[in-house]
Design a protein around this ligand. Structure first.
Ligand SMILES: NC(=O)c1ccc[n+]([C@@H]2O[C@H](COP(=O)([O-])OP(=O)(O)OC[C@H]3O[C@@H](n4cnc5c(N)ncnc54)[C@H](OP(=O)(O)O)[C@@H]3O)[C@@H](O)[C@H]2O)c1
Length: 290
């Protein structure tokens, strides 16, 4: 049995359905976004007693921690909330899981690195700059030091179709703005390695099947700036590229400092996992619609 904490979230929901399709028995939790589907239940991860009780009831072999406060500016402004979910939440899970020896899978981020290197492998030294990155690194450490079998999967900029309650992503933001006939302003000094969500799920399932432990970077194969990625979205979905306007992140005066981090997914190649380029990911998205 696999328990997904944060199964209502963007990654969690795709993981839930991907794992069911691969034949696993899954229970997932939601918090504010009630999911009216079988095998979903409510959990507030800040409530230690209920978290322990739920794990006691399910006695999962694996717990995937896909909960999180992912809004990096919100984390900077509300440090207490960021820590409560990204760090203390996983502590509660581990308190519950210790009695059953469940394996813990923690979904993490490129923001644990400082961007000073050209690219980052799993073995590279962490040094988060934003508060979001700091809490995610602390969450990773809680898992590593738990004494439970574990896997940390770091990803970047997951994109794909979303349910109406999910936060948006850079691909859908571009498309929605252009569909409304507006120009789209996109940042040209933020670089990412966007990851097609279905690809992320496939890779995660394979790593679970192969009973892997340790750190894994699971990202798409392209590293570029958001402005260039938006132009590719135009090409894929038939919008005119001249609707995209270049802006600099400095002009937005955002609370959290971002760093440009290129994660590299070399390690997963040994499990025959190949990740898609951005253009191929967009093609897959188009196939899902048609
Ligand atoms: N999205 C990204 O760009 C990105 C990039 C790299 C890594 N990650 C990591 O991947 C993980 C999942 O990201 P995501 O984009 O799928 O996040 P998301 O869509 O924002 O989902 C967050 C999940 O956390 C749950 N949650 C929030 N507060 C909770 C609480 N008090 N108790 C229990 N559950 C709570 C939410 O439940 P409700 O929605 O029901 O309230 C939701 O299921 C995060 O840990 C994030 O750090 C994300």
């Amino acid at each position: 049995m696999i328990l997904i904490i944060g199964g209502s979230g963007f990654l969690g929901y795709y993981l839930h359905h991907g794992l069911i399709a691969s034949g696993e028995k899954i229970i997932s939790t939601y918090y504010k976004n009630r999911i009216e589907e079988e095998n979903f239940c409510y959990l507030n991860i800040t409530n230690t007693k209920s978290t322990i009780k739920l794990i006691q009831k399910i006695q999962p072999d694996i717990i995937i921690y896909a909960s999180g406060i992912t809004d990096v500016d919100l984390c900077e402004k509300n440090k207490k909330l960021a820590r409560a979910i990204n760090v203390d939440g996983i502590k509660n899970v581990i308190d519950g899981a210790k009695n059953y020896g469940s394996k813990i899978i923690y979904i993490s981020t490129s923001a644990v690195f400082d961007g000073s290197k050209r690219f980052y492998l799993e073995t590279d030294k962490t040094n988060p700059i934003s508060y979001y990155g700091k809490t995610k690194l602390d969450g990773e450490k809680v898992v590593i030091n738990s004494g439970l079998p574990n896997m940390i999967i770091r990803t970047d900029q997951p994109y794909g179709w979303k349910k109406n309650w999910h936060h948006t992503n850079s691909v859908l933001r571009t498309m929605t703005t252009l569909e409304q006939g507006k120009n789209f302003e996109e940042i040209s000094d933020w670089y990412n390695t966007p990851t097609y969500v279905e690809d992320f799920v496939k890779a995660t399932i394979r790593l679970i099947d192969k009973e892997q432990t340790g750190f894994f970077h699971v990202v798409g194969t392209d590293y570029d700036n958001r402005f260039n990625f938006s132009k590719k979205v135009c090409d894929a979905f038939g919008f005119k590229q001249d609707k995209i306007q270049k802006i600099n992140s400095k002009d937005l005066k955002l609370p959290a400092k971002r760093v440009n981090v290129k994660l590299v997914s070399k390690k997963i190649a040994s499990f025959n996992i190949t990740m898609l380029s951005f253009s191929k990911g967009l093609e897959k998205m188009k196939m899902v619609v048609s």
